[in-house]
Design a binder for this molecule. Sequence first.
Ligand SMILES: [Zn+2]
Length: 97
Amino acid sequence: MAPEFDDIPDRLGRVIETYIGRGQAAALLELEPVAFHPYEAAARPALPLAVRISVLKRDGWLCRYCGKRTIFQPVMALLGSIFSNDFPHHTNWCKCR
Ligand SMILES: [Zn+2]
């Protein structure tokens, strides 16, 4: 369902036009209403290991989204600690450092 009013594409177009014509500071003013404002998210406690294992067993060790085989997260963390440069582990699967 589309939102009632979606001006974001038009606004982003104006941001680019303003950036080209008047520079970054002016473009930032145009961007402000839709700019990303980071917030502190409350840390959630990790599920207990036994619960994670039971969920993976329940799902047949398959990803519920894509159906591919699941790799147990601690295995990824272990590999990441051994091969930190070539196989870095990030808890949010970010490919950043
Ligand atoms: Zn998947």
